[in-house]
Design a protein around this ligand. Structure first.
Ligand code: NAD
Length: 329
């Protein structure tokens, strides 16, 4: 059994190679993103291991199946980039890593909140230039603020626990309330009721066909003026153009994004010598009250080890005929 491993970065190679000392499977690492142009590389690989910005649309899956691929091993939780219906029709199995380290993403979400609030990004630049003036750096206490957490699964819950530690009031929204969240004394509310009450709103739900652009000009207009919005979930949950307009008139006070709808082909690559063509991205990233990180919320040693270990366990179970709990259908 051979694994064709797409979008491989040095940190993936390091962690998978280390964990593979136990599993001893044959892995070929490709730096390339999986897409129609590169799919031929996967020929002969029974297993293809892919990540968030690899394309697993029907067209690519058909080519993979023709080349002998039987298993798609997603080394991430989200699978909105996989056409599951096509995969099932083609007789492929798809597995993911549903929980590798919810704390990694939760802590990054809170890091974005604190950075935007206390203007650490500005202070870092100023003090490097021996500018110790404090004007423009005024933040607010997290203590006593109301934070809206949309999506209260594993990452939402981990985020709520940190926020409660700061003394925040948390309001939650999820079509399927989580008893562990209720046990923490957190109230669930409808979105209409949550939006106007929150000083900070943080997204922790998957992207589905029903919640594309969940945050848009209508929802922004219902929020408290000057609200902080954080998205570490999936770019498509937030309409970036509408966010830019809401930033211009101060309706959004600050915006922290680890994900972006058009991140494919942009994030995970060094583009520092290129002119970024995406005007919305350029305008947003030029704002002093917007912080982008390039889909790095998961990027901790603990999460990478856990991803490698679960992915190789998934693949070993499927290829040896054992039951695998992480099969997507
Ligand atoms: P999870 O499945 O444990 O929880 C997701 C929760 O969202 C569930 O409780 C579900 O009921 C809820 N939900 C579904 N649709 C919703 C909607 N329309 N509105 C509100 N809630 C809704 O998933 P998780 O492990 O907590 O991960 C959440 C998301 O975080 C993933 O789907 C993924 O997109 C994202 N993520 C990002 C990174 C990163 O590095 N930036 C890493 C891992 C996961």
């Amino acid at each position: 059994m051979k694994i064709g491993f797409f979008s491989a970065k040095p940190y993936d190679i390091r962690h998978f190679t280390n964990i593979n000392q136990t599993f001893k499977v044959d892995i070929e690492f490709f730096d390339y993103r999986l897409c129609m142009q590169n799919v031929k590389l996967a020929e002969g690989y029974e297993v293809v291991c892919a990540f968030v910005n690899d394309s697993l649309c029907e067209e690519v899956l058909v080519e993979l199946a023709n080349g002998g691929t039987k298993i798609i091993a997603m080394r991430c939780a989200g699978f909105n980039n996989v056409d599951l219906i096509a995969a099932e029709r083609l007789g492929m199995k798809v597995v993911n890593v549903p929980a590798y380290s919810p704390e990694s993403v939760a802590e990054h979400s809170v890091a974005l909140m604190l950075t935007l609030n206390r203007k650490i990004h500005k202070a870092y630049q100023r003090t490097r230039d021996a500018n110790f003036a404090l004007s423009g750096l005024v933040g607010f206490n997290m203590f006593g603020k109301t934070v809206g957490v949309i999506g209260t699964g594993k990452i939402g819950l981990a985020t709520i626990k940190i926020l409660l530690g700061f003394g925040c009031k948390v309001l939650a929204y999820d079509p399927y309330p989580n008893q562990a969240v209720i046990d923490l004394g957190v109230e669930y509310a409808s979105l209409d009721s949550l939006y106007p009450q929150c000083d900070i709103i943080s997204l922790h739900c998957p992207l589905t066909k029903d919640n594309h652009h969940l945050l848009n000009k209508v929802s922004f207009s219902q929020m408290k003026p000057g609200v902080m919005v954080i998205n570490t979930s999936r770019g498509g949950l937030l309409d970036a153009f509408d966010a830019m307009e809401a930033l211009k008139d101060g309706q959004i006070g600050s915006l922290g994004l680890d994900v972006y709808e058009n991140e494919k082909g942009l994030f995970f690559e060094d583009k520092s010598n290129e002119i970024i063509q995406d005007d919305i991205f350029r305008r947003l990233s030029a704002c002093h009250n917007v912080i982008f990180t390039g889909h790095q919320a998961f990027l901790t040693e603990e999460a990478l080890n856990s991803i490698a270990s679960t992915t190789l366990t998934n693949v070993t179970q499927l290829t040896t005929g054992q039951a695998c709990n992480n099969e997507l259908f």
